[in-house]
Design a protein around this ligand. Sequence first.
Ligand SMILES: Nc1nc2c(c(=O)[nH]1)N[C@H]1C(S)=C(S)[C@@H](COP(=O)(O)OP(=O)(O)OC[C@H]3O[C@@H](n4cnc5c(=O)[nH]c(N)nc54)[C@H](O)[C@@H]3O)O[C@H]1N2
Ligand SMILES: Nc1nc2c(c(=O)[nH]1)N[C@H]1C(S)=C(S)[C@@H](COP(=O)(O)OP(=O)(O)OC[C@H]3O[C@@H](n4cnc5c(=O)[nH]c(N)nc54)[C@H](O)[C@@H]3O)O[C@H]1N2
Ligand code: SF4
Ligand SMILES: [Mo]
Length: 728
Amino acid sequence: MMCRRATWPYTPRRKRAIACAMNQHARIAQQKVRIGHTACPHDCPSTCALDVELLDERTIGRVHGAKDNSYTAGVICAKVARYAERVHHPDRLLKPLVRSGAKGDGVWKEASWDAALDLVAERFIAAEQRLGSETVWPYYYAGTMGLVQRDGIDRLRHAKKYSGFFGTICTNLAWTGWIAGAGRLSGADPRELAKSDCVVIWGTNAVVTQVNVMTHAVRARKERGARIVVIDIYDNATMKQADLGLVLRPGTDAALACAAMHILFRDGLADRAYLAKYTDDPAGLEAHLVSKTPEWAASITGLTVDEIETFARLVGTTKRTFFRLGYGFARQRNGSAAMHAALSLVAVAGSWQHEGGGAFHSNSGILKFDGSLVQGTRLIDPGIRHLDQSRIGPVLVNDPGALNGGPPVTAMLIQNTNPANVCPEQRLVVQGFKRDDLFVCVHEQFMTDTAKLADVVLPATMFLEHDDIYKGGGNQHVTLGPKLIDPPEGPRTNHYVIEELAKRLGVSHLPGFGMTERDHIEHMLKRKGLGSFDAFREVRWADLQPDFETSHFLNGFGHPDGKYRFKPDWTGTPGPNRPPKSIGVQGDVARLPAFPDHVDLIELPDAEHPYRLATSPARSFLNSSFSETPSGRKREGRPELLLHPDDAGQLGLAEGDRVEVGNRRGEVVLHARLFDGVKRGVVIAEGIWPNSAHERGEGINVLTGADAGAPYGGAAFHDNRVWVRRAG
Ligand SMILES: Nc1nc2c(c(=O)[nH]1)N[C@H]1C(S)=C(S)[C@@H](COP(=O)(O)OP(=O)(O)OC[C@H]3O[C@@H](n4cnc5c(=O)[nH]c(N)nc54)[C@H](O)[C@@H]3O)O[C@H]1N2
Ligand SMILES: Nc1nc2c(c(=O)[nH]1)N[C@H]1C(S)=C(S)[C@@H](COP(=O)(O)OP(=O)(O)OC[C@H]3O[C@@H](n4cnc5c(=O)[nH]c(N)nc54)[C@H](O)[C@@H]3O)O[C@H]1N2
Ligand code: SF4
Ligand SMILES: [Mo]
């Protein structure tokens, strides 16, 4: 049969179908409904505990935040509250599809599950026979954060010695900077935000990306009169809530941090007793900072000296200052150094000693589960080459450097991610996916940009339809997500696909295979001392926050000597994001600063590219997800470029004009939105729209670079030099 092609815009028929489903839910919701308990599976630091209205065995109503979860506190984002739009969407994939035209043509033949899986296994075996096991590259990310459905693909790749996956796209620049200083990826209890007197929200658009941060921050303001500071590159939704909003130039946060530390030392506000006890070289730092004056930082950041002085005095005189450090400001080529500099300010102020003070970025380091069975970690062959997730473009066009000495990739299984849309250097990614000698199987919920380029598409269940367990990144809970409704006829779980392929590929006898989702969850819970699946279902979640001393590093930071490092070992610090041997340290490590400092390791504007572009998140989308739901699409409107009115004037652009944004990697057409909450020379494109929502069918990531950030890799999504001009 001929299947659907691109689905934009919504046809009247689809709109009617969705409206009809929503009305039905509204009607039924009037009656008393059952509530199911689960966790949000999406790639969002909040990992909210959810109460879901269950209308019948197959249908949900509204989704609510669990009121009795101390982090979620009853609040979730609008996009998940309306999850009925997504789970009951008429465009969900329901049948395995096999390509029957040219790649990307949108002509498919339906297949049975068995036939589709047989075909995938056959092609994987043939590829392996031709070029060895490393020619197969399983590729996945965090579309679901469930430990079983997300990580099971690892078990298959380890068992089969397929190419390794170095997952860099999101966390590497940020985590590396944090761990370089603190030695461990954990921090003050994020609920302590509510007990602070000053909350610094740094490089995260929390209102949009992790709304629960605001719940606790606003509580501090209401109950204690706390001041909220927001540091970003534009006056975004979070800054609108701030008492002090600092709009700086992208990639200059380290300069602000250094000047603030300079002021604390200068004015006797540095906590010298704390520094002597807990840090590696406070005297060296102080000497280094002598030249890092507010005037120096003002010229780099574009902030006024007054703004810098005000900020420094506020954090230096408010003991309970809580720094909530986000990912966004680290998505620059100097992002690891920026994260480290911001964290160093926390140490100089001595904020860690106080309840409601200190800093938080991620709890990944405290929420470890035993991956021996689900990920098959015992099956790892250390000799297998790894490939960098963010460098999929260069990998797929056979760039020898990106292939790390191994064979070209000729077969892929993709779950929980949409690389043809979200990865940098999109032109290379798409060109690679179109290679005739590459076989790609995509397991998906929707016909994404990546699925459209596949050879086989398998329909996937959604989180409400399968069992899993979730750990928070931005909170301290591990939360159960049991199956609450039956899936429609057709979609199957990631776990099913991995198990079925394992059988066909001859590895199903190895440890970790042959277990159910529940078996895996129960194994992990038991190893962690959290009891059985059924017992955990009753309690719903566990709070794994370590005690105050540990959380605030008062019994030592994570390095062997227990000290915070102002002088990081940029290439020798261990951590979860350290590159495997076959990849090694990345980027211009020689330019990383010995002490916290600003380094111009960013795409500086030049004559051809006078503007700096950031690709910040949109409120109603979550990465590449939710662009399919009608309310999300409606709220976001169309792909736009925020630019300063004076820049627009100079370029002869008016509100709504078509504008071309480009660089050596490509060009994209957007619509101009004049906005004075951004520095001149900086432009913002919010949201990763589907490629098909753009004029030429190419998305914003045509403009972003796949060169790995220093020292441990990562994609600098907000660090792009571009030209901006009226579109022809
Ligand atoms: N609604 C929504 N929620 C999301 C997502 C989404 O796409 N949409 N994505 C999810 C994912 S995967 C993640 S990792 C998290 C990320 O969430 P965040 O930690 O919030 O990180 P980002 O979304 O990358 O960017 C946050 C902010 O950093 C700003 N920024 C960019 N460059 C700089 C800089 O140099 N300095 C400073 N100070 N600020 C800068 C951006 O303009 C943006 O306002 O959010 C998750 N939640
Ligand atoms: N320009 C620009 N690009 C960016 C960013 C940016 O800020 N700017 N942010 C980057 C970041 S931080 C990240 S994390 C990446 C994320 O990019 P993606 O990994 O693409 O993000 P998601 O939207 O979370 O999930 C992808 C897919 O997983 C599918 N999925 C969800 N659950 C399941 C499941 O149970 N089974 C299967 N088989 N599929 C499932 C969804 O349908 C969705 O299509 O994007 C990066 N790209
Ligand atoms: S805020 Fe994040 S974790 Fe919470 S419901 Fe929304 S997407 Fe899910
Ligand atoms: Mo992310």
